[in-house]
Design a protein around this ligand. Structure first.
Ligand SMILES: Nc1ncnc2c1ncn2[C@@H]1O[C@H](COP(=O)(O)OP(=O)(O)OP(=O)(O)O)[C@@H](O)[C@H]1O
Ligand SMILES: [Mg+2]
Length: 252
């Protein structure tokens, strides 16, 4: 059975999608079979892999809300061993449409059952909230990876995230564990970034991956070409950092 990892932080713009897309690319490069699930209505992971969410006629919404639609019907192939379950714009309504439904927190988990054996890694890119879509992402996962941006308010909100994870473990998914945090957008020349870095090391109660992702403009440019950093500029510092992170995650 594959490892299912949710990439979560309710704070916006901390590098969840960048981490999901590029980690997936390097796990696939290492020969792993990878599925990325875009559970964010913004669709950034889908467009980051070069898929136009406006012209897709099926996505995660149908999987979550239409009993006849299966994951395998909707999955797109980026390459042989890197697949995507895309988001479409109607996913924004899913959180509301799910509210009255039976087993609403388990919809993603139940739907993934048919594919967990087909992949080594399933990575779930979550939206910046702790709403019902993210809860579906957490309940479907066994492990949680938390991107933390090296900035002044980095730790704010992490307490709330960790207690939400505890609640989900106690009530919905007893196997859920925190894999660790990955520090993103680190700028070694910036004193504030350095101070925040040390602060996180002192206070974060779980593992922090040794691979720290630098602030690197190539990482920000790649999605506008619909490319992962591996295909856009594999020698850039950002690419090398995500490659190292993928190796750390494979052995952790
Ligand atoms: N290491 C980095 N260096 C430079 N730019 C980065 C880096 N990581 C992410 N970015 C850029 O910062 C912005 C936010 O990153 P990203 O979209 O990955 O965050 P997110 O947590 O998924 O955001 P949201 O909460 O909106 O889903 C994007 O424009 C992205 O290209
Ligand atoms: Mg995102």
């Amino acid at each position: 059975m594959g490892r299912v990892i949710a990439i979560v932080n309710q704070k916006g713009g901390v590098g969840k999608t960048t981490t999901t897309v590029n980690l997936a690319a390097y796990l696939a490069e290492a020969g792993k079979r990878v599925l990325v699930i875009d559970i964010d209505p913004q669709g950034n992971a889908s467009s980051g892999f070069g898929f136009d969410t406006k012209i897709l006629n099926q996505g995660l919404y149908e999987v979550l809300l239409e009993p006849q639609t299966t994951v395998q019907q909707v999955v797109k192939a980026h390459s042989d061993n890197l697949h995507l379950l895309p988001s479409t714009s109607d996913l924004a309504g899913a959180a509301i449409d799910l509210v009255g439904q039976h087993n609403r927190e388990f919809r993603l988990r139940e739907n993934l059952r048919e594919v967990v054996d087909l992949y080594d890694f399933i990575l779930i890119d979550n939206p910046p909230s702790l709403g019902l879509l993210t809860i579906n992402g957490l309940v479907a996962a066994n492990e949680i990876l938390i991107p933390v941006q090296c900035e002044y308010y980095a730790l704010e909100g992490l307490g709330q995230l960790l207690s939400t994870i505890d609640l989900i473990r106690d009530n919905l998914q007893p196997e859920l564990k925190v894999l660790g945090a990955v520090l993103t957008m680190h700028d070694s020349r910036n004193k504030l970034s350095q101070a925040v870095f040390e602060e996180i090391y002192r206070h974060f109660p779980h593992k922090i991956f040794r691979s720290v992702i630098p602030r690197n403009v190539k990482l920000a440019e790649a999605p506008s070409f619909g490319k992962t950093i591996k295909d856009y500029d594999h020698g850039s510092p950002g690419a090398r950092a995500y490659r190292r992170l993928s190796q750390e995650i494979i052995i952790s």
